[in-house]
Design a protein around this ligand. Structure first.
Ligand code: ATP
Length: 661
């Protein structure tokens, strides 16, 4: 008979055996349900002892990975398992986490009590996403972060006496300005003039040992950016004795070239400065003869009939590449107006060509001999045509004094202007700016330091404070009727109307004409005049239309985005976006055709129902949604014009049917 001790030992061993059997049974079942992995066999697991590790750890790890905490923290995502990777890796990984983050007993029991007692360890959490504004500041040019901020309300009176009182303008220039009605400098001019016309060395044409800093300006539409560069250019160049190409102004369209030329001609009256344009309006040979004095002799210093050249980029490249003695080495100013638009234009890689032509070692086009003269040429054939200081050291004359051979910097100062200045660091770096100085004219409502810079960076562009903005959301079929309502009930005339295409322009103008005939038929009223303005029209016709619009013989001008930038017509009191603009920049430039130079103006956008979400979102992203007031029109408002509209619509249908047959 077994003793009591032995019996209890036997009993306990039996229980242990039973427990072990229960455990083995459970394990067998678990293994049955476990998916088979390639290359792993259960026998092997048992043999090498991994089985025991798995047995000890697996249940705990599984429990702990879902801690019974009231606020269940999210389980971190498992590492993606690679093909052929074994399942045991998961176990090891979870064990690693446990060991790293919490003190664990050496052997753990899978009982729920113990699991509950375990401290809930912190799970890895994703850091908060950085704010949009923080991201926008990443990688930005430090110069932009240190921009000089200018309040749009800043003005500086232009004095009549001897003292320039900080304007840095000569007495002659101040008189000329007063003669055309400019009695004070606007904000952007107040900031730029002292910078571009320092009291010391203001009129120096070459600054080889102290080259000037480049300048980038962001200021609202109609704020006077043109005078901010035209005045310093005229003031600096008027002291020159020899005519050389010293200022180059690049603009995106011919209309803008004409406009800037008119401004320069008015303000340079009484100086000897000569102004030229290159836009491709006249033949290439004609332009060449207007720009170059001597095309037949090889002149290292180039030859020019003009001091200031205003041009579009395409034609400029043609001259750089194909006009003998056309040289940019004497440039003191390179202005890129509407800079973001021009930098977006890559044709012929115009910017790289222009920058290269301002540097030494650039080989300008020569009539026959495309090479520089060599050292064997006599000195007197090289000197009379005058090289710019920064080009001197490349002269192939070993016996020159060291002054000539010393490296000197180019005196060309780049000036960039836009109401929607690009923040794209890639585009800015292509300009190779020299220690650039930024000026931002922007009234920010933000009380944070640098709010204005952030606004520019985040493309939240500043609008003229005198501008009122409205939107009308409507059914697309009602848009023409709503437009007629604006014209006749809300007196929206002296208006520029923007459409999305030339076809849309033609249709609207035709319908408007029919409508006016219906409206004025037999009642003695005179119809309003509406005209289309598009890039398809010949230059002379475009010019005549603009003249008639300025003199108010044409009441409404319907156009594409061709003239949405830069064009300055003072009496435009309304801008209508008949079709919504595709992006915020376009919106800013369109609405900026009114409310210029401190005048009042209204902008209207007709939004089709299906476009409303996009348009509002666009405004919201630019922090501008509250500024655009929604006008709701009911059937009652539109009823009085409905009969004329329906009659006009029928006539338009007849016309199109006839044209198709
Ligand atoms: N100091 C001033 N006093 C009065 N009028 C001015 C002054 N400066 C500029 N103007 C007038 O303001 C108008 C707008 O100027 P400008 O065309 O230079 O604007 P802008 O900033 O270039 O606009 P945009 O970005 O639309 O091209 C022009 O008619 C110009 O003659």
């Amino acid at each position: 008979m077994p003793s009591l001790e032995t019996a209890s030992a036997l009993q306990s061993s039996k229980e242990k055996t039973k427990a072990k059997q229960r455990y083995l049974k459970r394990k067998k079942e678990r293994r049955k349900h476990r998916p088979k992995l390639p290359g792993v066999n259960d026998d092997k697991l048992q043999e090498n002892g991994t089985e025991h590790d798995a047995m000890d750890v697996e249940p705990v790890a599984k429990e702990v990975s879902n801690p019974p905490s009231p606020e269940k923290p999210k389980r971190p995502k498992k590492r993606p398992r690679h093909e052929g990777q074994e399942e045991t890796e998961d176990v090891e990984m979870e064990l690693d986490v446990l060991q790293a983050d919490a003190p664990l007993p050496t052997r753990m029991s899978p009982t729920p009590d113990l699991v509950n007692a375990l401290p809930s360890f912190p799970l890895p959490a994703l850091p908060d996403a950085p704010s949009k504004s923080l991201l926008a500041l990443q990688g930005l040019d430090q110069a932009l972060l240190g921009a000089e901020l200018v309040s749009p309300s800043t003005v500086l009176p232009i004095p009549t006496g001897k003292d320039d009182e900080g304007t840095r303008l000569s007495e002659k220039m101040r008189k000329r300005l007063r003669d055309i009605g400019v009695v004070e400098l606007f904000a952007v001019q107040t900031a730029l003039l002292p910078f571009l016309l320092p009291s010391q060395g203001a009129s120096e044409l070459y600054l080889p040992f102290n080259p000037p800093r480049d300048v980038c300006v962001s200021a609202p539409t109609g704020s006077g950016k043109t005078l901010a560069y035209v005045l310093p250019i005229i003031e600096t160049l008027s002291s020159r004795t020899i005519t050389r190409l010293r200022a180059l102004i690049v603009l995106p369209t011919r209309d803008l070239v004409t406009q800037v030329r008119e401004t320069i001609e008015v303000l340079s009256r009484g100086t000897k400065l000569k102004v030229g344009t290159a836009t491709g309006q006249s033949s290439f040979a004609q332009e060449q003869s207007q720009l170059i004095q001597d095309q037949s002799t090889i002149l290292l210093g180039g030859s020019s009939k003009v001091d200031i050249l205003i041009c579009t980029p395409g034609r400029l490249i043609d001259h750089i590449v194909g006009t003998p003695n056309f040289s940019l080495q004497h440039l003191r100013f390179l202005v890129i107006d509407e800079a973001d638009r021009l930098l977006a234009q890559s044709f012929q890689d115009w910017l790289a060509h222009v920058l290269a032509a301002t540097r030494p070692h650039y080989k300008p086009a020569q009539k026959e001999d495309n090479e520089y003269p060599n050292a064997s040429q006599p000195l007197n054939t090289l000197l009379p045509d005058g090289l710019a200081p920064s080009f001197l050291h490349q002269l192939p004359q070993p016996h020159f004094p060291s002054f000539f051979l010393e490296h000197k910097a180019s005196s060309c100062q780049k000036l960039l202007f836009s109401a929607t200045l690009t923040r794209d660091p890639g585009k800015i770096s292509a300009l190779e700016l020299r220690n650039p100085k930024y000026f931002i004219v922007q009234g920010s409502e933000k009380d944070t330091v640098g709010g204005e810079v952030l606004d520019v960076v985040m493309e939240k562009f500043s609008m003229p404070s005198t501008l009122k903005e409205h939107m009308i959301i409507s059914d697309p079929t009602q848009k023409p009727l709503i437009f007629f309502h604006l014209v006749h009930t809300l007196n929206v005339t002296n208006a520029l109307v923007f459409t999305k295409s030339a076809e849309s322009t033609t249709r609207l103008v035709q319908l408007f004409d029919f409508f006016e005939k219906e409206r004025t038929h037999g009642n003695g009223l005179s119809p309003l005049s509406v005209r289309a303005y598009s890039s398809d029209l010949p230059v002379n016709e475009r010019k005549a239309i603009l003249e008639n619009f300025k003199s108010q013989k044409i009441h409404i001008l319907v156009c594409s985005d061709l003239i949405s930038r830069g064009i300055d017509i003072s009496h435009v009191s309304h801008v209508v976006s008949y079709d919504v603009p595709v992006d915020m920049r376009k919106y800013v430039h369109r609405v900026g055709r009114t409310a210029r130079a401190g005048r009042e103006g209204d902008a209207w956008t007709l939004v089709e129902q299906q476009e409303a979400r996009f348009f509002k979102q666009m405004l919201k992203e630019a922090d501008h949604l509250e500024k655009v007031k929604r006008l709701r029109l009911g059937e009652k408002d539109l009823a009085p014009l409905l009969p004329h509209y329906e009659a006009a619509l029928n006539k338009l249908k007849d016309l199109y049917t006839r044209q198709q047959n």
